[in-house]
Design a protein around this ligand. Structure first.
Ligand code: GDG
Length: 731
């Protein structure tokens, strides 16, 4: 196994004056610590200060690399465009549904792209063939495909720590296509929740027009795996602190400081996504509604400063400070201010003590990828440190809400809902509190950050190494092998589907004409004495003859209904007695569905009817297609037809007609001893499933989906194969 390279915007290190790097144990670094990896990962990221701040960046670079940490130095201008600009003023608000806060600048985008490229170049300096590269977060959306471009056989994983917004929001981004294609360079793409995965898939569908399966899909001859990996908190870290002999002292001090008040705790970075103003509004409402509890409770708001110096964040800080002052002014007494606003970070011992002593933890972000505070609070709730178990109030818009179903869940925008939840939590009997905690605690202690790391890396490890992947590279030897057979006198037949095999899909099927090189390639292959070639398509004969006629290849149209020997002369029928009486009733039904589904139409062929939905709304079209399939199956039960769901089509065709039957006929007619068939959809499986006697038979599937074929590649891979075959036959 190769080494693991962890890539994140910010390095988990502190840089000493002499340039050496001391690893810090926050966030990702601690997640890896508990995962018991065989080897120390190499870290790649920004060292935390602009290049201009370092006296001798080269010396620091050399010193850091010695300790397995690879810095990506960024100038002030790069930080402005890449970090403050595109990452945090465009992507961050948008991914959190705050479209009105998102700002767009082409210059930022250019810097974002350049910095992603800088990361890619530096990774390529340290990566070796077969290494695993795990990329973190939205700052580096373009990096996966930039690494893929180098074709080093890296296993590339990408994890998004924020939500992935709905496609309706994502498509607002001017650079949406490039961003999606960028991240699709990864082999494994992970999200915190199923919803984020769903939104990502729907963006791929709506922005790129590509259909995907739940677990992933084939893209450029590679399988992209999509997965849900809910991140956990650093359980081992909190366990260490809480079992430390000095910890009871910290608890005792906090207990004295609390002076018998009931602690309602809130901990977060001071970020607008965390919803502090809305939370303060709910506190105010609670204090208004429950004067009897005003003296009992103490709200402690720990807000770690974040992105200081950025106007938006400075304004938020002022807004929070003003409101805290106003609430304390209105509801405070000589001996008691209901809110303590602590605008700083605390050492983990103190944080743990706060978590342990809190009666309520109020976690109400407007949007949050996961939210680790909720999990840490539950973990730190232990009977030995507090008489009363605590209650978690959790925003339904935090990813953690899906896992922590025994919390009190609230809509953070609904001030009354949160105020009522506060009261309910405070009044909740101890037994119910204990039960709720028990139900969540065991699970979250197991699914901690170390488990999350192991889970993701396990899937990344499963990615086949480059030499194990069935791709382009592996069809070249097959071309050489077939050419050798032909040269030794064997007779080779090639049966190639057209759409999705020789040519990619486009919005208007009539525009899918052969590219400039294809006719020449077909003619060259057909010219070899012992080679026969047939294009076997669902297309009508007119289209095939117009674009591929006269090249020496036999044309088979309408899924094996008619054929044109050698591509010229008269079309013949494989079976002149095909029954097509069923067409009338089916046509009526398809016309009706077509009327109800904008962007769809019905095509009539001699032996088939096709409903096309490529131009329809992708989700609506796919949904209608599934319903139509069920209806047609029922209607067709007693008819001599088969129904099939292809690439954006539903086709009803005569049972007596199939590509497989046509190919079987031609193989016998030509007396070939070696044959190869290639196709991408279900109708091609009738060719692939043949077991011709006395013929050495090779089968190739193009793209994703189940198949019985022996080889799998993509359109480009097949083209390379055919060109290689031609070249080998020439020499
Ligand atoms: C992003 C996503 C996702 C806070 N105050 C102190 C302190 N903290 C620590 C907490 C917790 C961490 O900061 C905050 O993590 P969150 O998950 O709550 O939020 P983000 O920083 O926004 O993180 C988020 C996360 O990535 C992981 O994927 O869950 O949704 O936005 O660990 O303990 N730590 C110390 N003192 C403090 O005062 N020591």
């Amino acid at each position: 196994m190769g080494k693991l390279i962890m890539v994140s915007n910010r390095l988990p290190v502190k840089i000493e004056a002499d340039g050496t790097a001391t690893r810090t144990t926050g966030g990702l670094a601690s997640a890896l610590e508990g995962a018991n990896l065989e080897t120390e990962p190499t870290w790649v990221g920004w060292p935390g200060q602009a290049t201009e701040e370092f006296e001798d960046p080269e010396a620091i670079n050399a010193a850091m690399r010695k300790s397995g940490v690879v810095p990506v130095f960024l100038t002030r201008a790069e930080m402005d465009g890449f970090y403050e600009g595109y990452s945090n003023s465009t992507l961050w608000p948008l991914l959190h549904y705050m479209i009105e806060r998102a700002r767009f600048s082409h210059d930022w985008w250019e810097v974002y792209r350049a910095v992603n490229q800088k990361f890619a170049d530096i990774i390529m300096e340290v990566a070796d063939d077969g290494d695993q590269v795990w990329i973190h977060d939205y700052h580096l959306f373009l990096l996966p495909s930039m690494l893929r471009g180098h074709n080093k056989g890296l296993k590339v994983g990408f994890f998004l720590h924020t939500p992935f917004c709905t496609s309706e929001i994502f498509r607002v981004l001017p650079d949406r296509v490039e961003l999606l294609k960028g991240v699709l360079g990864a082999d494994v793409i992970g999200f915190h929740t199923y919803n984020y995965l769903r939104h990502f898939r729907s963006s791929i569908l709506r922005v790129l027009g590509w259909e995907t399966d739940m677990e992933g899909f084939w893209h450029n001859g590679r399988e992209v795996h999509l997965g849900v990996y809910p991140i956990g908190h650093n359980h081992a870290g909190f366990e260490r602190v809480m079992t430390d002999p000095g910890f009871p002292k910290v608890i005792a001090k906090h207990t004295v400081d609390l002076a018998g008040k009931r602690l309602i705790l809130s901990v977060e970075r001071l970020d607008y996504t965390k919803g502090l103003p809305a939370k303060l509004a709910a506190m105010r409402r609670f204090l208004e509604m429950h004067p009897e509890k005003r003296e009992e409770v103490l709200f402690v708001l720990i807000a770690v400063p974040s992105r200081q110096g950025v106007a938006e964040y400075d304004e938020l800080t002022e807004e929070v400070q003003r409101e805290v002052g106003a609430i304390n002014g209105q509801f405070g007494t000589l001996g008691h201010a209901p809110i303590q606003f602590l605008h700083r970070g605390f050492p983990i011992e103190e944080l743990s003590a706060f978590y342990a002593l809190a009666e309520v933890c109020l976690v109400t972000p407007l949007r949050d990828g996961m939210n680790l505070v909720a999990k840490e609070f539950l973990d730190c709730q232990r009977a030995e440190f507090s008489k009363r178990p605590g209650v978690l109030i959790l925003s339904e818009f935090a990813g953690a809400a899906q896992e922590l179903s025994h919390s009190i869940q609230v809509n953070p925008y609904d001030v009354d809902d949160v105020a009522n939840a506060l009261n309910r939590a405070l009044d909740m009997p101890d037994e119910e509190r204990r039960n709720r905690i028990d139900m969540m605690q065991a699970r979250l202690r197991k699914q901690d950050s170390a488990a999350w790391t192991r889970l993701f890396l396990k899937d990344l490890d499963k990615v086949p190494r480059r030499e194990e992947r069935v791709t382009i590279v592996e069809l070249k030897p097959l071309a050489a092998q077939l050419a050798k057979k032909v040269k030794s006198g064997e007779k080779l037949a090639l049966f190639l589907d057209y759409d999705g095999t020789l040519r990619g899909f486009v919005d208007v099927p009539d525009h899918a004409v052969p590219d400039i090189d294809l006719p020449r390639l077909i003619r060259d292959l057909a010219d070899f004495g012992n080679v026969k070639i047939a294009v076997v398509s669902g297309r009508p004969s007119t289209f095939l003859e117009q674009h591929l006629g006269g090249l020496g290849a036999t044309l088979v149209g309408e899924h094996g209904y008619r054929w044109l020997d050698g591509g010229k002369g008269e079309w013949a029928l494989f079976n002149p007695h095909v029954n097509t009486e069923w067409k009338h009733s089916i046509r009526e039904h398809l016309d009706q569905v077509s009327l109800l589904t904008p962007g769809t139409h019905v095509e009539e062929k001699q032996s088939a009817l096709v409903w096309h939905y490529r131009k329809a709304d992708p989700e609506f079209g796919a949904w209608r297609a599934r319903a139509l399939l069920d209806e047609l199956m029922a209607m067709a039960a007693n008819l001599p037809v088969t129904v099939h769901h292809g690439q954006k089509i539903v086709e009803v065709s005569s049972l007596q007609v199939s590509k497989g039957a046509a190919v079987d006929y031609l193989m016998k007619d030509w007396g070939c001893t070696v044959a190869l068939v290639a196709g991408d959809d279900q109708t091609d499986e009738t060719m692939i499933a043949l077991e011709p006697v006395g013929v050495e038979f090779f089968t190739v599937k193009i793209g994703s989906g189940s198949t019985r074929a022996g080889y799998r590649t993509d359109i480009t891979g097949l083209r390379i194969f055919l060109e290689k075959l031609r070249d080998e036959l020439r020499h």
